[in-house]
Design a protein around this ligand. Structure first.
Ligand code: SDX
Length: 441
């Protein structure tokens, strides 16, 4: 803990009038925290916070979110500036090292990542074991976890160099594995990475190129994909990052921890929302499009329907997700480049957003579009199939996960994460067995 106590918080109990004081720490910005680590030892009581609505699980210097202002900073730089002035590997360097790279540092980092993009040839055999229609996230979880079986030279997590080479290998190999999962699903041969291409151009080459002809990535689409990766790179202590930290706190190797993060991201309430959002837009379009929005919104507002407006709402943002705004701009650029300015799904998404933001149900609950609302529309326009959206999200978030993991492992007072509970089950009781009825043999 690098912060010092700014003032104290006092907790008093009405049943016996006892009270206890806790130190309160101020960060460089954002909410202060009450250090309750002595609570159980002093009172025999736990705090109770399912879903961690009011819990800071760690101290971090990497990413800051102000949900009320709709602000997102990577190492202090606003996402709006990073999206314009940086590429994804600049962003990776920034998240990992805390500062933007000099031109020499960037050249070295690019070289190291580029020269780790191939996966062990033996890993190619994993894919053959999956059904062709396997969800690519299932394949990705398996392949990333299996990386632990290949890189024994970098599993000593107490060694900063091992942690750094693991970070480089994960950042470098995710595009290769994501592209291979896609190629396997469409029955095409995998494409080896090309060192002459940039990170995002290489991803497009490996996804959309074939051995039959030269593939020239479209620069506008490459820049759009690179921005999508930047926008998804890190996001404070979200569910999948918290999973990576918890897995890492046990000393598990980085590949196993990232595989756990990918599994968590898959859920529709988290990274799976972009896939779910596009499926939702496609369904509204099939059922009549813009004319049917009112009917759909009515279903969303009916609690019994179980229908949610996917891509809307956020645990932290109670204002517009700054990434959603940038994603909408990227959407317009891509659709314009591809001559799809009249794309009905994009028009439907913008009309759905307009109507929702005028509806008190959403306004009163501070539900705004999040990063997932437009990301599916732009990826679909680029030819990325819906089932691949969360893989792209996982690819982008790998650097955030590994940066947060590295920050935690590097802490001198790092402990295994082990929450407690409020137990409401049966209290101690003895087994009383009735003599078994004679069974006729
Ligand atoms: C990501 O944490 C992160 O940072 C995640 C992420 C990242 O970069 O890592 O930003 C990525 O996961 C973005 C979120 C993607 N998920 C979705 O778009 C799925 C739809 N959204 C919801 O499921 C929901 O908004 C959550 C899960 C995102 C947030 O849920 P919370 O904070 O637990 O809020 P809640 O479910 O308690 O909702 C509060 C109210 C409830 O209504 P009431 O009980 O008060 O009447 O708002 C309603 C909810 O029913 N509500 C929605 C809604 N989201 C919340 N109603 C309809 N549609 C929605 N999308």
């Amino acid at each position: 803990m690098t912060s010092t106590s700014a003032y104290k918080a006092t907790l008093s109990f009405s049943n016996d009038g006892s009270s206890i004081e806790f130190p309160v720490y101020e960060g460089t910005t954002g909410p202060d925290v009450i250090d309750i680590r002595t609570l159980y030892g002093s009172t025999g009581k736990f705090t109770f916070d399912p879903g961690f609505m009011s819990t800071a699980a760690c101290e971090s210097e990497i990413t800051y979110i102000d949900g009320d202002k709709g602000e997102l900073l990577y190492r202090g730089y606003p996402i709006e500036q990073i999206a314009v002035h940086c590429d994804y590997l600049d962003t990776c360097y920034l998240l990992l090292h805390g500062e933007l790279p000099t031109s020499e540092e960037k050249a070295d980092f690019d070289y190291r990542v580029t020269h780790h993009t191939m996966i062990h040839e033996q890993m190619n055999r994993f894919f053959a074991g999956f059904r062709r229609d396997a969800h690519p996230m299932a394949i990705l979880v398996a392949c990333v976890g299996a990386m632990s079986a290949f890189y024994h030279d970098s599993l000593d997590i107490t060694n900063p160099e091992h942690r750094h080479i693991s970070a480089i290998r994960l950042i470098a190999k995710m595009p290769t594995m994501v592209a291979m999962a896609y190629k396997y699903s469409v029955g095409q041969p995998s494409m080896y990475p090309k060192n002459s291409l940039s990170y995002s151009a290489n991803l497009m080459h490996m996804m959309f190129g074939t051995p039959c002809e030269a593939y020239e990535p479209n620069d506008v689409l490459v820049r759009a994909l690179d921005r999508i990766l930047i926008l998804h790179a890190d996001h404070e202590q979200n569910a999948s990052t918290s999973t990576v930290r918890l897995a890492g706190s046990s000393g598990a190797n980085p590949f196993a921890c990232i595989a756990a993060g990918i599994a968590t991201l898959w859920g529709p309430a988290h990274g799976g929302a972009n896939e779910a959002c596009l499926l939702m837009l496609d369904q509204i379009q099939r059922e009549g499009g813009i004319e049917k929005i009112g009917e759909f919104i009515a279903k969303v507002k009916d609690k019994n329907s179980g229908v949610k407006l996917m891509g809307f709402g956020h645990r932290v943002y109670k204002n517009y997700d700054p990434r959603a705004k940038l994603m909408q701009e990227t959407c317009k650029e891509v659709l314009g480049e591809l001559g799809l300015g009249d794309d009905p799904i994009f028009k439907l998404a913008m009309e759905l957003e307009r109507i929702a933001l005028e509806d008190n149900y959403f306004v009163s609950r501070k539900l705004y579009p999040n990063v997932d609302f437009y990301s599916g529309v732009v990826q679909k326009a680029m030819g990325i199939p819906t089932s691949m959206f969360t893989c792209i999200f996982a690819l982008a978030r790998t650097v955030g996960w590994i940066a947060q993991w590295n920050e935690m492992i590097g802490e001198t007072d790092q402990k295994i994460g082990r929450p407690r509970q409020l137990y409401t089950g049966a209290t101690r009781r003895d087994i009383v067995r009735q003599p078994a009825a004679e069974t006729k043999r």
